[in-house]
Design a protein around this ligand. Structure first.
Ligand SMILES: Cc1ncc(COP(=O)(O)O)c(C=O)c1O
Length: 389
C-alpha cells in the first residue's frame, strides 16, 4: 500500500528559502555576473542585466583562462575545423560510441607531456580527481590516504567516496606527512594526495620534498599519477590523469565517473590538443603572464593594498569579511567595469575572504593602472584595512 504524502508536514520551499536567506545574511550568497567574452578582445567582455539588456563592457580580472588560450587562434581554428569535420556532440560514453579520434590523440599527447605511459580524459578536472581518487583508494585493499589540508573539494570528495581511511597532513608540510606516515600501519598500501599550485592562495607544493618523504615509505613512482584540468591554462574544458598503463586501465575500467557519462565532444578535444601542442613549444604566454602578475603585485604593494604572499601568477588581495568582500566586488563591477568575483567560505576559510586577481598575458599596463586606482578608491570608501607598515 502506498503511504499518503502529508504535504503539510514540511514546507520544503520555505526551508530552502531559509537556507538561502542564511547565506544572504552572511553576505556569501553567490550572484553570477552575466557576461559574454569577446573573442579576440579578451579580457574585455559584454555584460547584461537581469532582463538580458546590455550594460557597459567590463574588464575580466578573475578568469582561470590564465594564458588566454581560450582565445588563441590555433585553438579556435582547431575547434571550428573539428565541428565541421565531426559535428557537435560525442555521441555517448566512451564505451557507447563516444571514443573519437581527437580524444585518443589528446590522451597520447598528455601522456607524453608528463612522461607517462598512458593518459585518460574526463569531462572535467573535478570529475578526474573524484573518479581517480575514489577508485584507486577503494581498489587498493585497506588503502590509507594522506591528504593535504588545503586540497581541492574534488579531491576531498574522491577520498570520501572511496571509504578509505584518511589522515590530513598540515598544508605543504613534508615533516608532518613524515610523522603521520611513520605512525601508520607499515603493511597497508598508502596514497599521498596533494596539489601543485593551490589556486586560491597561489602557493606551490614542495613536491620534491613530499616525494622524498613518501619514498622512505616505499613509494611506487615519485609522482605515481598526475591529474590536470584542460579548462584553465589550456583554456578549453575537461580533465585528465596520466600514469602507468595498468593504473590508467584500472581507473578506465572501474571508475563510475568515467564509465557512466558522455565523453568530451571531439571539438573540445581538438581545441585542447591544439592548446597543449602550442604550449609545449611556446613559453611566450607564460613569460608574459608572469610579467603581468609581477607588475600587478608590485603596484598593489606600492599602493599599500593587502596583497597576500603568492609565488605564482595568482594574486589574492585580503578583505577578511564575506559581506565587505561582496560589496567591494559589486562596486568594482558597477562603478569601474572591473569584474573580480568575491571568494568566500567554503572556498577559503572564514576570515580570509579575498579578491582573487588573475593577470593574464592580455592585461595591458593601462588595465593594471585602472585596477589599482579603483581598488584604492574602494578600500578608502569601505574603510577596508590597508597593509601594515
Ligand atoms: C586542484 C584542482 N582540481 C580540480 C579543479 C577543477 O577543475 P575543473 O574546473 O576542470 O573541473 C580545480 C579548479 O579549481 C582545482 O584547483
Amino acid at each position: 500500500m502506498t503511504r499518503p504524502i502529508n504535504h503539510d508536514f514540511i514546507d520544503y520551499d520555505a526551508y530552502f528559502a531559509q537556507r538561502i536567506q542564511d547565506l544572504k545574511d552572511e553576505g556569501r550568497y553567490r550572484v553570477f555576473a552575466d557576461l559574454a567574452r569577446r573573442a579576440g578582445e579578451y579580457p574585455r567582455a559584454r555584460r547584461y542585466d537581469a532582463n538580458g539588456e546590455p550594460l557597459p563592457d567590463v574588464t575580466v580580472w578573475c578568469s582561470n583562462d590564465y594564458l588566454g588560450m581560450g582565445q588563441h587562434k590555433a585553438v579556435l581554428k582547431a575547434m571550428t575545423r573539428a565541428v565541421k569535420d565531426y559535428g557537435a556532440g560525442a555521441g555517448g560514453t566512451r564505451n557507447i560510441s563516444g571514443t573519437s579520434h581527437p580524444l585518443v590523440v589528446l590522451e597520447g599527447e598528455l601522456a607524453d607531456l608528463h612522461g607517462k605511459e598512458a593518459a585518460l580524459i574526463f569531462t572535467s578536472g573535478f570529475i578526474s580527481n573524484e573518479a581517480t581518487l575514489s577508485t584507486l583508494a577503494s581498489v587498493l585493499p585497506n588503502c590509507h590516504v594522506f591528504s593535504d589540508a588545503y586540497n581541492h573539494a574534488s579531491m576531498i570528495q574522491g577520498i570520501r567516496h572511496s571509504n578509505a581511511k584518511k589522515t590530513i597532513f598540515k598544508h605543504n608540510d613534508p615533516s608532518d606527512l613524515e610523522r603521520l606516515l611513520r605512525e601508520a600501519d607499515p603493511a597497508v598500501p598508502k596514497l599521498v594526495a596533494f596539489e601543485s599550485v593551490y589556486s586560491m592562495d597561489g602557493d606551490i607544493a614542495p613536491i620534491a620534498e613530499l616525494c622524498d618523504v613518501a619514498e622512505l615509505e616505499g613509494l611506487m613512482h615519485r609522482l605515481t599519477v598526475i591529474e590536470g584540468t584542460l579548462a584553465k591554462a589550456f583554456g578549453v574544458m575537461g580533465g585528465y590523469i596520466a600514469g602507468s598503463k595498468a593504473l590508467v586501465d584500472v581507473v578506465r575500467s572501474f571508475a563510475p565517473g568515467f564509465i557512466f557519462t558522455t565523453a568530451l565532444p571531439p571539438a573540445i578535444a581538438a581545441g585542447a590538443l591544439a592548446s597543449v601542442r602550442h604550449l609545449k613549444a611556446s613559453a611566450a604566454e607564460r613569460e608574459r603572464m608572469h610579467d603581468r602578475a609581477a607588475r600587478t603585485k608590485r603596484l598593489l604593494t606600492a599602493a599599500g593594498l593587502p596583497v597576500m604572499p603568492s609565488v605564482s601568477h595568482i594574486v589574492p588581495v585580503l578583505v577578511g569579511d564575506a559581506a565587505r568582500c561582496k560589496q567591494a566586488s559589486d562596486l568594482l563591477l558597477d562603478r569601474f567595469g572591473i569584474y573580480i568575483q568575491p571568494i568566500n567560505y567554503p572556498t577559503v576559510p572564514r576570515g580570509t575572504e579575498r579578491l582573487r586577481i588573475t593577470p593574464s598575458p592580455l592585461h595591458d599596463d593601462a588595465m593594471v593602472d585602472q585596477l589599482i586606482a579603483a581598488l584604492v578608491e574602494i578600500w578608502n570608501e569601505l574603510d577596508l584595512p590597508f597593509a601594515r607598515g
